[in-house]
Design a binder for this molecule. Structure first.
Ligand SMILES: C[S@@+](CC[C@H](N)C(=O)[O-])C[C@H]1O[C@@H](n2cnc3c(N)ncnc32)[C@H](O)[C@@H]1O
Length: 202
């Protein structure tokens, strides 16, 4: 697993995401009672490129208690708890993790996956996340466009076109129809695509 906190392109991608979130919501920082929820990996302190450090430095979170990191890797969660005891660290699969958050009300969600862009399971993750979001939530879904261990490439339009098969129309209609996206390559081996979903209706 790459050390995301030391990759310049990853840091720029997060900057871009924050810019998009700011322009969609009109917020410069996450309101006091709202949260930032992410798939986390290791988040070492004293490192500008670490997600939680970058969010603090950019003024997106005003308190660590707004930050919720989910990862199924227990070692990651235990280590992050030691490094940032005031943030929330949950060892679980994404769907179970978000379900366990009391008063779930994020302003920004970063579903930063290590899955390929044409994986059907991703649709279920997005579906279960969308239903739990309130109006005004930005949901970023980050997926791999190629397999760095083979020459396989995946269809970058699959997720958006296949979503109506999984997400019922009464939910999908609440989300902005135009799904912005951008690509970047942080490691030199893997092309990533970030999809921006915005819940603009109740
Ligand atoms: C790309 S990294 C997260 C990087 C981090 N958001 C950042 O900006 O530095 C993805 C992490 O999510 C974990 N992960 C991937 N899929 C998951 C899932 N469905 N449920 C829980 N954890 C998952 C992996 O173990 C990995 O540590």
């Amino acid at each position: 697993m790459p050390k995301y906190y030391s990759l310049k392109e990853k840091i720029s991608a997060r900057e871009k995401q924050i810019g998009i979130w700011r322009s969609l919501t009109g917020h410069t920082f996450i309101p006091e009672k709202k949260q930032y929820v992410t798939l986390c990996n290791f988040q070492p302190p004293d490192c500008e490129g670490t997600e939680i450090v970058q969010l603090r430095n950019m003024g997106v979170i005003t308190s660590d208690s707004q930050f919720f990191g989910i990862d199924y890797n227990e070692e990651i969660i235990l280590q992050n708890k030691k490094w940032h005891p005031d943030a929330n660290w949950i060892c679980a699969y994404w769907e179970d993790g978000i379900r366990s958050i009391e008063n779930f009300d994020p302003s920004l969600i970063y579903l930063d996956m290590t899955s390929f862009a044409s994986t059907e399971r991703v649709l279920y993750c997005i579906n279960s996340t969308m239903h739990r979001c309130k109006k005004g939530t930005v949901l970023l879904v980050n997926l791999m466009l190629n397999d760095p261990r083979s020459s396989k490439f995946f269809d970058g339009s699959y997720i958006v076109s296949a979503l109506p098969k999984t997400v019922p129309s009464f939910e999908l209609e609440k989300w902005r129809q135009k799904v912005e996206s951008f690509t970047y390559n942080a490691t030199g081996y893997t092309e990533m695509k970030t999809f921006v979903f915005f819940k603009e209706r109740k």
